[in-house]
Design a protein around this ligand. Structure first.
Ligand SMILES: Nc1ncnc2c1ncn2[C@@H]1O[C@H](COP(=O)(O)OP(=O)(O)OP(=O)(O)O)[C@@H](O)[C@H]1O
Length: 361
């Protein structure tokens, strides 16, 4: 990746009437980067993509560059980016290969050259033998592959993907996730990908940008967001099953020390430097990081607990325990013995984060 970003969108503001869809969002993407914009419905993801592609003119933007070129005043056709939609947006009256050639033909590429490039693009998505088919004769996954081939055949600097796998069933979605990443790597193209699925964001991206209410809440490598959410909202969105209320006592050996209800102290990684002793905080830890029993390592958190529920889910078992700090969920991957009793739960300080109790945004 070169140092100059392929995409720079700085201080983007957009409103629809009274609704603020983007409240000062700044985003960059490197050359060859797979950047994912993650967020729940209405967080502003699609609006941001539409601003980048030129389908929406923002209320204000300080800088909007693609490949170093200022595109803020340019129409969509003059920006070196293409969008792939969940709905495919293919032409039903054209064959597969004609669909893929379309973008080249309107750019006056001659038929021979356009056919050659379209065949190559179809080969990239394993559809080289289906070029003569009509769109109606393809499955959902195949249609999405045609849409991808059509988008990459013109070699845009950036491919924008708006929930492209949203219409596919779970199995196919997983296969296509893998194919998309392989395609992106082999082309070395910058992908900006929208999803509301944290699992999809984590498996595919070089970097994830988490949005809420028209703002960027956190951005980082998938592992950062997974293990080090910076706010209660991010922890909830990233699927933390256990978020306990507590009071910050202070710091000890690099960890935040927290008093939980019931008089137990636990330690965790401090994510909010501004919190002072006495502040209300939240302790977040994933179900799979908890162990039953008190045999943890030296720096470990131990809470007395009693088992209240056990749910066998095939690959794993979800346990619910009651503690003085509230109910907690544990996930166990090995078979648990029948009639098992639990007297405590334990986890490592480095496996939990200590967050401000409520988000400022
Ligand atoms: N054309 C429009 N007119 C009025 N309000 C709009 C319009 N498009 C989007 N909005 C509003 O702007 C906000 C952001 O919408 P946007 O579509 O960007 O969110 P999103 O994160 O892409 O959501 P989804 O995942 O549901 O597509 C929402 O409150 C939405 O209701």
């Amino acid at each position: 990746m070169s140092a100059e970003p392929m995409l720079e969108a700085m201080d983007v503001v957009h409103r629809y009437g009274l609704v603020t869809a983007l409240a000062n969002v700044s985003l960059t993407a490197g050359r060859g980067e797979f950047l994912t914009i993650l967020g729940s419905s209405g967080s502003g993801k699609t609006t941001l993509l539409r601003v980048i592609s030129g389908l929406e003119m923002p209320k204000s933007v300080r800088r909007l560059r693609i490949g170093g070129v200022d595109v803020a005043g340019l129409p969509p056709s003059k920006r070196s980016c293409t969008t792939v939609f969940q709905s495919y947006a293919l032409f039903p009256h054209m064959s597969v290969i004609e669909n893929v050639m379309y973008g080249l033909r309107i750019r006056n590429v001659n038929r021979e050259e356009a056919t050659r490039a379209a065949r190559q693009a179809l080969a990239m998505v394993q559809l080289e033998h289906k070029g003569d088919r009509r769109i109606a004769q393809l499955s959902g996954g195949e249609r999405q592959r045609v849409a991808l081939a059509r988008a990459v055949v013109t070699r845009p600097s950036i491919l924008l993907l708006d929930e492209p796998l949203g219409a596919l069933d779970e199995r196919l979605r997983q296969d296509m996730q893998l194919e998309l990443v392989q395609l992106q790597r082999s082309l070395g193209m910058t992908f900006v990908y929208i999803t509301h699925s944290q699992e999809e964001a984590l498996t595919m991206s070089d970097r994830v940008v988490l949005m809420s209410h028209g703002r960027i809440v956190q951005s980082g490598a998938p592992l950062d967001l997974f293990d080090r959410p910076g706010s209660r909202f991010a922890a909830e969105f990233m699927g933390y099953e256990n978020i306990l209320p507590g009071t910050l006592r202070g710091q000890d050996r690099g960890y935040a020390v927290v008093d939980l209800p019931g008089g137990v102290q636990v330690r965790g990684v401090a994510m909010d430097a501004a919190s002072q002793p006495g502040a209300a905080v939240a302790v977040a830890v994933r179900a799979e990081r908890l162990s039953p029993g008190a045999n943890g390592p030296a720096v470990s958190n131990v809470l007395p607990a009693t088992l209240t529920n056990k749910l066998y889910r095939g690959k794993y078992t979800d346990l619910t325990v009651a503690t003085a700090a509230g109910s907690m969920r544990l996930r166990r991957w090995e078979n648990t013995p029948l009639g098992e009793t639990i007297s405590s739960v334990t986890w490592k300080a480095e496996d939990c984060v200590v967050l401000a109790a409520s988000d400022k945004s």
